[in-house]
Design a protein around this ligand. Sequence first.
Ligand SMILES: Nc1nc2[nH]cnc2c(=O)[nH]1
Length: 511
Amino acid sequence: MTGTLIRGAQVITMDAATGSTPVSRDIRIDGGVFTEIGTDLPAQVGDEVIDGTGMLVTPGFVNAHTHSWEYLYKGRYDNMPLELWMLYAYPILGGTPTSPDIVRLRTLMFAMESMKNGVTTLVDDVLETPGQDLDQLAAVAGAYESIGIRANVSGHVINRPFVDTLPFVADWLPDDLVRQVRAQPVLSADEYLDYSRTAFERHHGAAGGRVRYMLAPSGPQRCTDDLLVGATELAAEYDAEVHIHVLETKTQAVTGDELYGGQTLVEHLDGIGAMSERTTFAHGIWVTDEDIERIARRGTSVSHNAISNLKLGSGVLPWRRYHDAGVNLGLGTDGCSSSDTPRLMEVMKTAALLHKVTEPDLTRWSTVDEVLRAATIGGARSAVLDGSVGSIEVGKRADLVMFDTETLAFLPTNRLENHLVYSENGSSIVRVMVDGVTTVLDGRLTLIDEDAVIASFRAEMPGIREEQDRLDRVNDAFAPAFSRMYEQASGMPTAVNRWTGDERTWVHQPV
Ligand SMILES: Nc1nc2[nH]cnc2c(=O)[nH]1
C-alpha cells in the first residue's frame, strides 16, 4: 500500500479559500502529508480507498493548553478558585515523586481520551517533581510516541517560593509554615536551562517531528526574570514554543501591581524581552487594552481555556477584543483537575456560546468560524509554529478527523459546521489520522491496547488516591490563609478595572 484516498467527503479545509465552509472533496495522502485535494481524483496503485460519502472531514483539533498529569485528579475538586485549588492540585510542600510507570499510564489515558475526541495535537505543560526529572519527561514523551498523537511536552517550572508568587498570603500564614515553604529547593535559571537543553536533545523532533519539547515557565510572577529571558532565548535557538500562564485571575492582576510597581504582568514580560511569536500565553483574561496591543505587536498567541476558567471562577477571556487586535487564539481544555475533561469539543461549544453572553452587541458575538479557526490553525500556529499542521492543504501534515454525519448528532444535517460545534460531542468520530496514520478507527485506538492500559491504570488508582488524600490533609493547614488572600485580592481594584478619574467609569471590565 502506498497512500490513502478519501473519496467524496464533505471537507472543512480551513484553508484561505474555503475556510470553515464544508466543500465536497477527495483527499489523497502519501508519506504522511496531504498530496492532492480536489474532485474525481484517481486512486494510485496500492492506495487504500476510503468512501467519504456521508462523512465530514476536518483538520485534527489542537488542544493548545493542558496538563496531562492532572488526569489523576479528574472529578476530585470543585468550587475552589484557582489560588485555593492550586494549593491542593499542586501540593505546596511538594508531592512524592511519581514513578515513570504511573506517568506513562496517566499520559496514555489522557491521550486516549483526547484522541478519541478528535485531538491530534496537544500542548502538554507537564508538571513534574521539583528537580525536573528527565525519566518522567521520557515517560510522557514515550507515551505520545507510542499512541501516535502529536504533542509538545515541557518543562513546567516554578522557581520562586510559592508563597512569594501570590499577594498577601505570607502575611496570613504562621511564620513557621512560611519558613518551611521558603526552605523548599527551587531550580536556578541555569539548572532549568541545562535540563531543557538535554530535553531538547532527547525529545525535540522525536517520532518524525511529532513530539517536541517546549519551555514552560509557569508564570511571570512564579519565575525569576533570568529564567524567563533565558527560556525565550533558548526557544529561539531550537525554534520551540514558550508556554506561560498569564493573567488568569484577578489575584494575578493584583500581583502585578505588587511585584512590578504598577506594571501589568504583560508589560513586565515585554519589558524584559520575554514575548515573541514563539510565546503562548495560557488564559490571558485580566488584560488591559494596552496588554492586548502588546500581545498583537509581538505576535504572541493566547490559549483560551473557557471551561477551566468557568470552573475556577477565574473570569472570561475578552474574545472580541483579541480578535479586533488580530491576536492569534487557540483553544485549550487546561488540566483535568480544573476542567474534568480533555475533550476539546466541549471547549469549542463553550467558546461559541460564552461570548454571546459577554458581548451585548450581537455583531460582536463569537462565531462558529472563529471557534473552528482557534481549534485548528490558531492552536497549530501557537504549538507547531512552522505552519505544517492545522489545515487540510497540499503539503501539510495529514492530521484529520472524520465524522459520520448520518448520526443523531448531525441529522438533519442543516449546516454541518454548526452541527459540528453545537450538536456533536465526538460521538460521531469514526476515524482520526495523524501524519497520515489512522490512530482511531470506529472508536478504538489502533496503535496500543487500550483495554490493557485501562486495566493497569485502574490497578494503580487506589494507591494514587491514598497519597493524594494524605497530601490534602497537609495542605489543609494552608487553606484558611489562601482563602483570605483570595478574598482580599478579589475585593481590590486591578489594572484591568481601574478607576479612570475623569470619566468616573470603570474601564476594561473583562466580562
Ligand atoms: N489553571 C491553571 N492550571 C495550572 N497548572 C499549573 N499552573 C496552573 C495555573 O496557573 N493555572
